[in-house]
Ligand binder design. Structure first.
Ligand SMILES: [Fe+2]
Length: 345
């Protein structure tokens, strides 16, 4: 899909819409911009509009946006927004919704019957000193040797920053610029004809929420890599030849029993059950068959950190290679192999 063009034209369009439709509702406004597959693009337009209208880019909580308008632009803003029925809460809603990823539903068609093979690398935490280069290299070898058709990543591409006091001293790459550059370097090792499907995990979302930058890592990777597809934040579903594969990144603490969180996840799904689930976040490796779902804990490509050791949490460093046998959208067999390098000497 061609990328939408950002620029004054779109700002003009938005202004015109607001001017001509005094009673427009927020959802209708969003519907006028269907070409924006990426919320970042819509955010960019809104940001330019705000600049043109002289609205401060950072609003203080509880403050009235009208009071933030520069004096010489008051009339302009008023004519564009204030006098045309756009309320503060509606404007806030537009701006807020533009910072959320819309779930995407992509399809991958690899034939109606037969087998498909793929690699699952999760929780790479690129930017942390404990990122395991040798395991990544092994994954690249297996990917090419076994002719895997696609790669899945259930979240935490990047390590992020300042998740805890002293975190910065654990990093090998500091800041988004350095971490994303290293990530691009590594992901480019995946041949362009092999698609990568990923979701953002809690560490990726540091760049959006905790740093208040609003940056969605998966969307940026999609923009900068020819074969990367961002499926969403926290979760995403990819139908492959009709077989629903769910990526999920949890956001809670680990459990002593490795299988517990995966079971709870499967039990919590009350509709639209996928055939396979790959869960990120816990840095554990596990396969189990629960409620007719093939559920995997996806492991990690990052060795145990001091933080994890302090809490006596092990890291299962490695990756999965999975082969699914299917017949018209139904899974009839799953073969999985866990790859890991020996760590004890
Ligand atoms: Fe993680």
């Amino acid at each position: 899909m061609p990328k939408p063009q950002d620029g004054p034209t779109n700002c003009d369009r938005l202004r015109d819409i607001l001017r001509k439709n005094p009673d427009i509702r927020v959802v209708e406004l969003q519907d006028r911009f269907p070409e924006y597959s990426s919320p970042n693009s819509l955010r960019s337009v809104l940001s330019r509009l705000r600049q043109q209208l002289g609205i401060s880019s950072v609003r203080k909580p509880g403050s009235d946006w009208r009071s933030e308008v520069k004096d010489d632009n008051k009339d302009t803003l008023s004519s564009y927004l204030g006098d045309h029925g756009i309320t503060r809460s509606e404007l806030d809603a537009v701006l807020k919704s533009a910072s959320q990823t819309r779930r995407r539903f992509l399809n991958l068609d690899l034939g109606s019957t037969g087998k498909f093979r793929f690699l699952v690398v999760s929780d790479t935490h690129i930017g942390h000193q404990m990122f395991d280069e040798s395991t990544w290299d092994l994954a690249m070898k297996v990917l090419k040797r076994d002719n895997c058709e696609f790669v899945l990543h259930p979240g935490d591409h990047l390590e992020g920053m300042s998740g805890r006091p002293g975190h910065v001293y654990e990093l090998s790459q500091i800041g988004y610029k350095e971490q994303s550059a290293r990530c691009i370097e590594l992901y480019l090792q995946i041949p362009k004809d092999i698609p990568i499907y990923g979701i953002d995990g809690n560490h990726d979302q540091w760049f959006k929420s905790k740093a208040d930058i609003g940056l969605i890592v998966g969307e940026e990777l999609e923009r900068r890599l020819p074969n990367f597809h961002h499926l969403g934040e926290w979760e995403g579903t990819l139908p492959v030849s009709g077989v629903r594969i769910m990526l999920f990144h949890a956001n809670d603490g680990t459990a002593y029993a490795t299988s517990y969180k995966g079971q709870k996840l499967v039990e919590s799904l009350d509709m639209m059950k996928p055939a396979l689930i790959f869960e990120g976040h816990y840095h554990k490796s596990l396969y189990q068959y629960v409620r007719r779902i093939h559920q995997f804990e996806s492991g990690t490509i990052c060795n145990q950190t001091g933080f994890m050791r302090g809490k006596k949490i092990p890291a299962h460093v490695g990756f999965w290679r999975v082969e699914v046998e299917h017949h018209h959208g139904k899974v009839i067999g799953v073969e999985s192999k866990w790859y890991c390098l020996p760590k004890y000497v």
